[in-house]
Design a protein around this ligand. Structure first.
Ligand code: SAM
Ligand code: DTB
Ligand code: SF4
Length: 336
């Protein structure tokens, strides 16, 4: 018997319940992908993917104890701490990223929170990158209201701050910052008029209920994040999560599909972890509704696929990178 598996123009919702999210995860794989692809096509060009390039502007020595992160000073093989990168080096990387085809430049710092003493230097980076004609994104840890306002003035388009996992599983992964701290930062970003980029990590030993819980926390925010990165854990030697059982790749694709259905107008990013994914798995993630990637040979400290390889993959799939103004246009009517 044929069921109704696609709900044309389903309303944007902020009242998702865990049981109905788990019911989406439980759908037969083909039904789930069909439904996600149907929703995707209602809001996006199915053959366009937004591309962002990352740069670590302040690497290592982080005071937080995130169990997945090679930059935490708490873990034995922590990445060497380096000072904040000078402006000219940042702008050099941003120009290169633009020349290779990125539409957004995302600068990440291994900080627990942004300090006022660093605010003007970061603001100058945002201004400089914006002047190159790129969209700007930063991820700097916790942010206060006045800092968000200053970054907005400098031309910041997106702030990345992930919820990482469900509220219930969160304490197994991080003890030095609370879930509420993260929610507070997201509201400061939103109130300053900056687009929100927030998602999480899967493959950390969480259950399906936690993946559902993460998506519920994101979709039930007062507005959906405009950008939702779904990271597959990159296992790094010396971090507490190294060696954990890898997630079934189909479960990863299911997570993307459910995110697409729940947050129909958001860009869902096939984020960290592509280095260990086959081309076929990435194609399946695009079919499930992912429409954004990190592009460039490094993420922050770990490897990402070669740009040549990504260009070939896009050509083989008939995917075109989304241009800067097209991303902004999509967002004018976006994520409610
Ligand atoms: N320090 C800031 C913070 O945590 O908010 C910004 C940088 S932090 C590296 C940004 C995000 O990268 C984290 O929230 C986490 O979701 C993701 N991340 C870090 N290490 C990862 C790993 N090994 N695998 C997958 N994602 C990771
Ligand atoms: C996000 O969600 N993923 C990116 C970005 N936001 C900052 C970071 C992934 C980091 C992977 C591990 C590393 O390279 O250090
Ligand atoms: Fe620090 Fe961010 Fe890594 Fe956590 S994820 S240890 S806050 S750099």
């Amino acid at each position: 018997m044929t069921q109704t598996i696609a709900e044309p123009n389903a309303p944007i919702r902020h009242d998702w319940q865990l049981d109905e999210i788990e019911a989406l995860f439980d759908l037969p794989f083909n039904d789930l992908l069909f439904r996600a692809q149907t929703v995707h096509r209602q809001h996006f060009d199915a053959n366009s993917v937004q591309i962002s390039t990352l740069l670590s502007i302040k690497t290592g020595g982080c005071a937080e104890d995130c169990g997945y992160c090679p930059q935490s000073a708490h873990h034995p093989s922590a990445v060497k701490a380096e000072p904040l990168m000078p402006l000219d080096k940042v702008l050099e990387s941003a120009s290169q990223a633009k020349a290779t085809g990125a539409s957004r430049f995302c600068m990440g710092a291994a900080w627990r929170n942004l300090k006022d003493r660093d605010l003007e230097r970061v603001a100058a980076m945002v201004e400089g990158v914006k002047d190159l004609g790129l969209e700007t994104c930063v991820t700097l840890g916790m942010l206060e209201q006045h800092q968000a306002k200053r970054l907005k003035e400098a031309g910041l388009d997106y702030y990345n701050h992930n919820l990482d996992t469900s509220p219930e599983f969160y304490g197994d992964i991080i003890s030095t910052r609370t879930y509420q701290d993260r929610l507070d930062t997201l509201s400061h970003v939103r109130e300053a008029g900056i687009h929100v980029c927030s998602g999480g990590i899967v493959g950390m030993g969480e259950g399906r209920n936690d993946r559902a819980g993460l998506l519920a926390s994101l979709a039930n925010l007062p507005s959906h994040p405009e950008s939702v990165p779904i990271n597959l854990l990159v296992q790094v030697e010396g971090t507490p999560l190294d060696g954990i059982q890898a997630l079934d790749p189909f479960e990863f694709v299911r997570t993307i599909a459910v995110a697409r259905i729940m947050m129909p107008k958001s860009f869902v990013r096939l984020s960290a972890g592509r280095e260990n994914m086959s081309d076929e798995l990435q194609a399946m993630a695009f079919l499930a509704g992912a429409n954004s990637i990190f592009y460039g040979e490094k993420l922050l400290t770990t490897d990402n696929p070669d740009t040549d390889h990504d260009q070939q993959l896009f050509a083989r799939l008939g995917i075109t990178p989304l241009e800067v103004n097209k991303v902004s246009e999509q967002h004018c009517s976006s994520a409610a």
